[in-house]
Design a protein around this ligand. Structure first.
Ligand code: CO
Length: 211
């Protein structure tokens, strides 16, 4: 299993390099993690979060799934969010999509892929919500990329609508939710300008009143 040998060889070199750079690195890593940012991103292999934003181990809490979807009843994603907000007390939640997302593209098509089609149905629903805007875009790539942006917007909203985020705001805990998108063409992140920091920014329908 040559690939496994390469992984372990690289790992030994990496660990040695970290110690050479900072002799106390692994002592610090053994202590409590203190990430200030929860990254919710796509599972796509081309988007390693720490590498893209220049953060060391211990500095980013991460949840990834196909097409960076935040589903209201996904206990996996919600548990990550709850732990990040309540226990780690992160200051920022970033939903990061990417142009050219295969999951988003598949949601615009009709080719059966298996179980994943049920997951991608959430993105199809966003496509249906913005149908008029999307069908007005002739170019298929541009249309899919626009849906990538609309998906980020929806997932930022879904994060904000959770009891987890709204409870944090009610406690007066500072917490910002951001929507970013990554371009595989140039390696650059773009802020979609969706930052939400207070319940007043949410539609009344989703806002929970103070008890
Ligand atoms: Co993707």
């Amino acid at each position: 299993m040559r690939i496994l040998k390469e992984c372990f060889d690289h790992n030994r070199a990496w660990a040695a390099a970290q110690t050479a750079r900072d002799p106390g690195f692994f002592d610090k890593l053994q202590g409590a993690q203190r990430p200030d940012l929860l990254w919710i991103g796509c599972s796509d292999s081309r988007l390693p979060p720490n590498e893209i934003i220049g953060r060391l181990p211990g500095e980013v809490f991460v949840h990834r799934n196909v097409a960076n979807v935040v589903v209201h009843t996904d206990v996996n994603c919600l548990s990550v969010l709850q732990f990040a907000v309540d226990v780690l007390q992160v200051k920022h939640v970033v939903v990061c999509g990417h142009y050219g997302c295969g999951g988003v593209r598949a949601a615009l098509e009709h080719r059966p892929l298996g179980l994943i089609d049920n997951w991608l149905r959430h993105i199809k629903d966003i496509g249906a919500k913005y149908r008029d805007e999307l069908i007005a875009i002739d170019d298929r790539t541009a249309r899919a990329d626009r849906l990538c942006e609309l998906n980020v917007r929806q997932q930022v909203a879904n994060v904000c609508h959770t009891t987890i985020v709204q409870d944090a705001w009610r406690r007066g805990q500072p917490l910002s939710v951001h929507g970013w998108i990554f371009s595989l063409a140039d390696g650059l992140l773009r802020d979609l300008g969706l930052c939400v920091e207070a319940p007043e920014q949410l539609p009344a329908l989703y806002r929970m009143d103070a008890i």
